[in-house]
Design a binder for this molecule. Structure first.
Ligand SMILES: Cc1cc2nc3c(=O)[nH]c(=O)nc-3n(C[C@H](O)[C@H](O)[C@H](O)COP(=O)(O)OP(=O)(O)OC[C@H]3O[C@@H](n4cnc5c(N)ncnc54)[C@H](O)[C@@H]3O)c2cc1C
Length: 448
């Protein structure tokens, strides 16, 4: 089956103007391939979009670049130029009413409740029971960290975040998520023994470096769009793809967008995986994504704690993470106040009645409980923003469902899946960029 030829009237269509879609479109367009990006939201960026909240443009949760791939780093630096700020890490975890650096450092280990230190030490000495196969999140974390740290730091947070018991969550949620939390091999905490030895090392280890765009992640997205349009590529926002037309041979010939039929030579899909199955008229996999609710609010500045972001695992607190944009770029500061971004996942919203707006009084009360809003101080107006499909939900068995769906979709011939949402893979922006650059290389040589 030969796909239709790529021309200006029949371009490569990329569904989704996230980091993946825009990076791919830039690379293809720069290689001379006619490209059209279609985005359902009113603004480009997907999970890396910015949204305005009072004087600050917030990211969707705390975000920065880290990569060990030279080509990806070159791409990021080329796009950002002088607006690539070098930043360090400043993340905390709130545990039993106190703040600790995360990953735990030597001083933090010493400040943990003594019974927890003793029990963690016993876990280390007695060794950890290894299940015959590591299938679930529970298996994975128990094996690496032992029961004490599992119970206190991982199980509660994961259950609160995903709304899924760790015994029903796939081990990939732990392996990808923990790598994300640790991120730098020099600080890799992939076992309890390593965690203790690295925490006890006298001078600590060099902090990993991260790249942050001056002005917020929105700057990166804006630059990508400018690059794309500068080489003749196009982005249409507010343009959800709601249908597709296939040839007798099965290939995608055209897309339905706002009641209009858009002819295409090839389709790259970075939207949700079940959605493309439904559009193609094939059986959709039982896979779902987690929606995230963001609440931004300004509060009078408190001297402590400060952080880029902090995890809150206690089921008594509504939010699961809070970030401070000005700790990424001081230019995002609000005079005399701190702009906070509170994250609440959809399962937590449901657990508390289902209406995100009704959570605002509890969120303010919880800010006081964790010391981010002083006695008698008033929080500013809170604004809510719902982020669709923020995380793929890794129930055990999800991988088989992904593979089967991909197998069924291969009948389309000229469809490629890409990006975090399209491949149902819990990757970071660097992963989406790496995939885009690789796909652009293989497509450009065929399509030019
Ligand atoms: C809270 C949070 C914190 C994160 N922190 C970091 C971090 O510190 N560092 C890091 O590198 N990464 C981080 N990430 C991950 C990063 O945001 C993602 O890996 C990256 O943005 C994914 O880009 P993507 O283009 O692959 O997918 P997406 O951004 O999901 O893009 C898919 C796009 O498809 C669009 N779409 C879907 N259906 C349709 C349709 N029918 N028609 C048209 N358009 C459609 C969507 O609107 C969306 O724009 C974080 C993610 C979250 C949620």
């Amino acid at each position: 089956m030969r796909p239709p030829a790529t021309t200006a009237d029949r371009p490569v269509a990329i569904v989704g103007a996230g980091v993946f879609g825009l990076s791919l479109a830039c690379a293809l367009s720069e290689a001379g391939v006619p490209t059209l990006v279609l985005e359902r939201d009113e603004v480009p960026g997907g999970l890396a979009a910015g949204y305005r909240c009072g004087p600050v443009v917030h990211d969707i949760g705390p975000k920065r670049f880290h990569t060990e791939d030279a080509a990806v780093e070159r791409f990021i630096r080329t796009v950002l130029g002088e607006d690539a700020l070098g930043i360090g890490r400043e993340s905390l975890v709130h545990f039993q009413g106190r703040y600790y650096r995360w990953p735990l450092g030597p001083r933090d280990m010493a400040r943990l409740p003594p019974d927890l230190v003793v029990r963690t030490g016993l876990d280390l000495l007695t060794g950890r029971s290894r299940p015959p196969r590591i299938v679930t999140f529970e298996d994975y974390v128990l094996t690496l960290y032992g029961p004490t740290l599992y119970r206190h730091f991982f199980a509660a947070y994961s259950k609160k975040f995903l709304g899924l018991p760790p015994s029903e969550t796939d081990a990939d949620w732990a392996s990808t998520g923990l790598q994300r939390a640790i991120i730098d091999r020099r600080l890799e905490l992939d076992s309890l023994r390593q965690m203790v030895t690295s925490a006890l090392r006298p001078r600590g280890l060099p902090e990993p470096g991260f790249i942050y765009p001056r002005g917020g992640m929105e700057t990166f997205v804006r630059r990508l769009v400018q690059r794309l349009e500068g080489t003749g590529g196009r982005v249409r926002t507010g343009s959800a793809v709601t249908g597709l037309r296939r040839s007798a041979g099965g290939a995608v010939e055209a897309l339905e967008v706002d009641g209009e039929t858009v002819p295409v030579s090839l389709l790259v899909w970075s939207g949700p995986l079940p959605a493309i199955c439904r559009l193609a008229g094939i059986e959709a996999p039982a896979l779902s994504y987690l929606d995230l609710h963001l609440f931004c609010v300004d509060v009078p500045r408190v001297p402590e704690p400060t952080f880029q972001w902090c995890y809150f695992g206690s089921p008594d607190l509504v939010f699961s993470r809070i970030s401070m944009p000005d700790r990424f770029d001081p230019g995002l500061a609000v005079p005399d106040r701190t702009g906070l971004l509170l994250e609440v996942t959809q399962p937590e919203v449901e657990r508390r009645g289902g209406d995100p707006q009704s959570l605002e009084p509890s969120l303010v009360a919880d800010l006081r409980r964790v010391g981010l809003l002083g006695r008698g101080a008033r929080a500013g107006e809170m604004r809510h923003h719902r982020v669709r499909d923020a995380y793929p939900i890794y129930r055990t068995g999800y991988r088989q469902a992904v593979d089967e769906a991909r197998g069924r979709l291969s009948a389309l011939g000229n469809l490629h899946l890409g990006g975090r949402t399209g491949t149902f893979w819990y990757n970071n922006m660097d992963g989406s960029i790496a995939q885009a650059l690789e796909m652009a290389g293989s497509l450009a040589s065929r399509l030019r």
